[in-house]
Design a protein around this ligand. Structure first.
Ligand code: PMP
Length: 383
């Protein structure tokens, strides 16, 4: 069977073969399958592998102290842990949190839950290009604001927020700053020694690592109190209990290690792919890009095909795997709240497709996709 061409890397990525190979060493009887808490050879080997992975991630993030990394089950959990962890710990100081309307559901729904529990949340609107304004953020600061949580790169549009600017503003106002970096890893270099950020969420499966593993960076110097959300054996400094999934952690560490070596070259290729795709796409149909193109990552294009229903268009692109909106929302069949917040009309939102590519995408595939889109548009126009 010929597999469809995968252009949905923003939803998830295939595990890199090198990562999968490494993970296999930590699963079976002839491997290091031990529980990292066990006081014997198998436990020590598992613990050693975890610490190597932690070091790899810390090094990739600019050489931070590896004890600033807490492993979680993914960015959803990291976002929950950061936001609830701070909210509950600092509720005596203040109960106000600021975030944006264009965050991932794992941030939005965490905030809605906190509102139900008596916290106050301000949801900043983006401009029509998906950018959050520094001035608007500053205007929302209150005496009881304890946390600002913003996404680095938006999962639907690829738009990059200037987190350094936001971080500086928060720090000068003694407000903690959390960033969801799930989509920025591997596309923008992140040096946490240089960035005024207190907490940062990461995932593994967007960068060729396995699903179900991520981490939260907790800056030591900020002396943040994070209330644990999962209680148990006290792993991960008591912040996140649970037997550590050694193979998953090893996989994430290896994925980040590969990025550190290959990211620069990879990004150059992505840029060329995106430029070519966009140039050729404009010749085929009446299209527009959503989000600030100059301030977006090189692996994602959110495109409105004017006067075409995206579901219908996608149904004609049988050999291609793409999403009409983000994977997390398309299951609930609601149109994109992110594009809606940017001011797009319902009909434009329903004509939008997110194309995202990555490590295994080739120019030949992009040419094939363009060819298929051309045929699909022709058929729909002449039906
Ligand atoms: N934040 C963003 C911006 C995302 O794109 C995603 C994944 N779609 C998440 C958080 C959740 O990540 P995970 O799948 O690791 O829970």
């Amino acid at each position: 069977m010929k597999l469809p061409i995968y252009l949905d890397y923003a939803a998830t990525t295939p595990v890199d073969f090198r990562v999968a190979k490494k993970m296999m060493e930590y699963l079976t009887i002839n491997g290091m399958f031990g529980n990292s808490s066990s006081p014997h050879f198998y436990g020590w080997e598992a613990e050693r592998a975890i610490e190597i992975a932690r070091d790899n991630i810390a090094s990739f993030l600019g050489g931070i102290d590896s004890t600033e990394i807490v492993f979680t089950s993914g960015a959803t959990e990291s976002n929950n842990l950061a936001i609830k962890g701070v909210a509950y710990s600092y509720s005596n100081k203040g109960k106000h949190i600021i975030t944006s309307m264009t965050e991932h559901k794992s941030v939005l729904n965490t905030c809605y839950q906190l509102e139900k529990e008596g916290f106050f949340v301000t949801f900043l609107p983006p401009d029509k290009n998906g950018i959050i304004s520094l001035e608007k953020l500053q205007m929302e600061f209150r005496d009881d604001t304890v946390l600002v949580s913003l996404v680095h790169v938006n999962n639907e549009t690829g738009v990059i927020q200037d987190i350094k600017k936001f971080g500086e503003l928060c720090r000068s106002n003694s407000i903690l700053f959390h960033v969801d970096a799930t989509q920025s890893v591997g596309k923008i270099s992140i040096n946490l020694l240089d960035l005024p950020i207190d907490l940062m969420s990461f995932s593994s499966h967007k960068v060729y690592g396995p699903k179900g593993i991520g981490c939260l960076y907790i800056r030591k110097k900020s002396k943040i109190c994070i209330q644990a959300q999962i209680h148990g054996g006290g792993q991960e400094y008591g912040i996140r209990s649970g037997t550590l999934p050694v193979h998953q952690i090893v996989g994430m560490g290896e994925a980040y290690h590969i990025l550190q070596k290959e990211m620069k070259t990879e990004i150059l290729r992505f840029k060329a792919l995106k430029k070519f795709f966009w140039k050729e796409l404009q010749k085929i149909a009446d299209v527009s890009v959503n989000g600030n193109v100059r301030q977006s990552i090189s692996t994602l294009l959110n495109v409105t095909f004017h006067n075409f229903d995206s579901e219908l268009l996608i149904s004609k692109l049988e050999e291609i795997a793409v999403s009409p909106s983000s994977a997390c929302t398309s299951s609930s069949l609601e149109s994109s709240y992110i594009l809606y917040a940017m001011g797009l009309h319902e009909h434009s939102i329903n004509s939008t497709i997110r194309f995202s590519f990555g490590r295994f995408t080739t120019f030949e595939e992009i040419k094939f996709v363009l060819h298929k889109i051309k045929i699909a548009i022709f058929c729909l126009r002449n039906k």
